[in-house]
Ligand binder design. Structure first.
Ligand SMILES: *Cc1c(COP(=O)(O)O)cnc(C)c1O
Length: 714
């Protein structure tokens, strides 16, 4: 098991009987354990909401007399003792899946990612890639895999979103207060910060290292915002994904090269090295450099190290595939060529990629060429990726290109509503989570009574509606908000109406405006007096993505129209907190990507875990999950011309809503007003999707198919 490298601070003045709250606040284990959250929100839920579910801020703010009272309250202490018994048992358990199935395997795995979405209080993620990385680390801890995460700590995090009255996205950047976050500085024996160095043309750059504890798994984040660095360099880790190419390439050098150095400085010696997306691909070169230094040639070094490298590609969309013009490579990596024993041209050849506008150095090419393990993130994405990269394997047909796939999953206990967990505990047994990916267990779904499940779903939808209304109220009270925006943010949501959610990054290929494309027809659908429908939109665009922001504006125009009766709404500032409310509360989760651009998608899995039904284009994960009875498909299972596809998908969307979804929801209700056929479909969805599209199943595949083969070559 991995050892943590930082020391826990002793910075809260807590009553002795409950002083381990401090330790708990610095381990994100509480994020996926509702009982642990109860330790905070049971005492002061209002404060818990105010501090955005941040236990460290909560502990700093709560008055001492309140804690003294809790330390005297037998009920509270019973809860406290139970949570810490669970926590200790979790940390010490000797036989989670990995230890039980591979008892001799002690070698470490390194996992590099540009973003990690662990919780809303640590906004160092922008979307699906980050949330997947976060879920990966949580599951790693659950199954007891000896893995360490490596990433960057952004001093401002990802932006907060405001929508102006005319629908334009405004980005607000606020510095994060590190002292309020579960970030532990890694110090040397002399008490000074442990730092690593990376060389740039203007001189060396230092980065310090922070530890985040995720159950048993550590994550190390590098940050260059140090006095010794020049102002430009200090900015490097201010924000995610700088559009400025200079800052961007420097970020990726810090992540890839600096990340390897950080692991060495921390005393890790991983035997498998996983790059989650191409941003970290410079890691391959730093690892080769280490071996060249021992006297090997570059070819020997790269062949030796590539055997332990694993690369996951996440998108077929060009904007998601990083490449740099060669002049940038000359500028920032010139000092590396001689250290690798290469000339400038040989170096450029490592990842040369011909674009119609010129030659580039492509990060996915670098990662694909110098990793022996390569995977896409769904079956269809595997097909697309093999075709897309076949030029790298001359003489191979697309089918033969050695890129496999491991379909994404979600960390079930992070995303599943507590009430659903309680249902499963009752019907499947207290240890059901241990058997999460045991398909036989899920056959017990039938023992859950429709009323029982429907009551939970109705509760979750009410919770969502009340939350959205309260959010609109708070936003209104803050000022600078036009009355129409209050309605546009969901003030008139009805907790008893069929509710559709559409929330994700606003990128054009996701076609957020497909559902509003025939607006009159949509209005007619949603405004039926006896069977109304609500649609909730949410999502950010990258600040430099003008077409994405225009798409938000287009959707917002429909949202603001009085004729929709306040039933089409847009909620600002999509993040993991809002995502939880949405995936737990809506009836339908809709996704309309232009096929085959959605590599996998994960939010629909989160929704399914909570009993929402997916209604999506047969792209990414949904193409594998859809079985005809566990949700609905939009459009055909085929690729068509863009325009033809848009029209066919819109027609299919409206028709399926009118003829299938709405009648199934509102018709045939039993004496208790439960839509039995709908509930049956929910059960089919929960039963088939929860085990298969979990990080439990996903991590086991990574272990068996990618990590263990990489380790065996070390
Ligand atoms: C899950 C999640 C995503 C990814 O959703 P997709 O289905 O991949 O679009 C993005 N943002 C947040 C906040 C999420 O929780």
């Amino acid at each position: 098991m991995t050892q943590f490298k930082s020391k826990l601070p002793n910075n809260f003045d807590l009553p002795r009987r409950i002083n381990r709250l401090s330790e708990l606040s610095y381990n994100l284990w509480w994020v996926w354990n509702p009982m642990a959250q109860r330790l905070f929100n049971r005492i002061d839920n209002n404060l818990w909401e105010q501090v955005n579910h941040n236990p460290i801020r909560w502990l700093r703010t709560i008055p001492r007399p309140v804690l003294n009272a809790a330390a005297q309250d037998p009920m509270y202490l019973e809860l406290y003792d139970r949570v810490f018994a669970d926590f200790d048992a979790y940390l010490k358990r000797a036989d989670p899946w990995f230890g039980a199935t591979h008892p001799q395997q002690q070698k470490q795995i390194a996992y590099f990612s540009m973003e990690f979405g662990l919780h809303e209080t640590l906004p160092i993620y922008s979307g699906g890639l980050g949330v997947l990385s976060g879920d990966h680390l949580k599951e790693t801890s659950d199954i007891g895999l000896p893995l360490v995460g490596v990433g960057l700590l952004y001093t401002e995090g990802y932006f907060s979103q405001r929508i102006s009255e005319d629908g334009w996205q405004e980005a607000i950047n606020n510095p994060l207060v590190f002292a309020d976050l579960p970030l532990l500085p890694v110090l040397k024996d002399d008490g000074k910060e442990l730092t690593i160095q990376v060389d740039f043309p203007d001189g060396p750059v230092l980065a310090r290292i922070w530890e985040v504890r995720i159950g048993r798994t550590p994550l190390y984040l590098m940050d260059t915002n140090m006095d010794v660095n020049n102002p430009m360099v200090r900015q490097l880790t201010t924000r995610l994904y700088w559009s400025d190419v200079n800052l961007r390439i420097m970020q990726e050098v810090v992540l890839g090269v600096g990340g390897v150095r950080a692991l060495r400085a921390l005393g890790f010696n991983p035997s498998a090295w996983h790059m989650n997306e191409g941003h970290a691909a410079f890691m391959t070169l730093e690892r080769a450099r280490e071996v060249v230094k021992t006297g090997k040639t570059f070819d020997e070094a790269i062949n030796q190290t590539k055997a332990n490298n694993v690369f996951t590609t996440h998108t077929p969309v060009p904007a998601g595939n990083d490449e740099f013009p060669l002049w940038l490579i000359d500028k920032y990596l010139a000092s590396l060529w001689p250290e690798l024993g290469l000339t400038r041209d040989q170096f450029a050849d490592l990842a040369r990629h011909q674009q119609n506008w010129g030659e580039t150095f492509s990060m996915p090419v670098l990662a694909l060429k110098y990793s022996n393990g390569r995977n896409a993130v769904s079956e269809l994405h595997g097909v697309v990726s093999r075709d897309m990269w076949k030029e790298l394997w001359p003489g191979y047909t697309a089918d033969e290109v050695p890129i496999t796939y491991v379909t994404n999953g979600v960390h079930t206990s992070t995303w599943m509503a507590r009430r659903i967990r309680v249902l499963y505990e009752k019907h499947f047994g207290a240890d059901w989570l241990e058997h999460l990916d045991d398909f036989e267990m899920w056959e017990k779904m039938d023992s859950i009574q429709p009323q029982e499940l429907w009551a939970v779903r109705s509760h979750l939808k009410r919770k969502l509606a009340l939350y959205v209304q309260e959010r609109a109220r708070q936003r209104w009270m803050k000022g600078g908000f036009h009355p129409v925006q209050v309605i546009a943010s969901g003030a008139m949501l009805d907790p008893y109406v069929l509710t559709i959610g559409f929330a994700r990054r606003f990128a054009t290929y996701k076609r957020a405006s497909l559902v509003t494309s025939e607006f009159e027809r949509l209005l007619n659908i949603i405004n039926q007096p006896n069977r109304p429908v609500q649609i909730i939109f949410s999502g950010k665009s990258h600040p430099a993505d003008e077409p994405g922001k225009m798409l938000i504006q287009e959707v917002y125009r429909s949202v603001k129209k009085a004729e929709n009766g306040g039933r089409i709404v847009f909620i600002e500032d999509y993040d993991m907190n809002l995502a939880r409310y949405l995936v737990q509360g809506v009836d339908i989760w809709m996704n309309t990507p232009r096929r085959p651009n959605e590599a996998s998608g994960t939010s629909g899995m989160k929704a399914a875990v909570n009993g929402a039904l997916n209604f999506s284009v047969l792209d990414g994960w949904w193409r594998e999950a859809y079985n005809g009875d566990n949700g609905w498909a939009i459009g055909p299972d085929a690729e068509l011309d863009e325009k033809v596809q848009d029209e066919a998908d819109a027609e299919s969307l409206y028709e399926t809503l009118e003829k299938q979804i709405i009648p199934l929801y509102y018709n045939d209700r039993d004496v208790n007003d439960v839509p039995l056929k709908w509930v049956q479909r929910m059960k089919e969805s929960m039963r088939t999707i929860t085990p298969q599209f979990s990080t439990r199943r996903m991590l086991k595949e990574y272990v068996e198919r990618l990590y263990l083969p990489a380790i065996s070559k070390s």
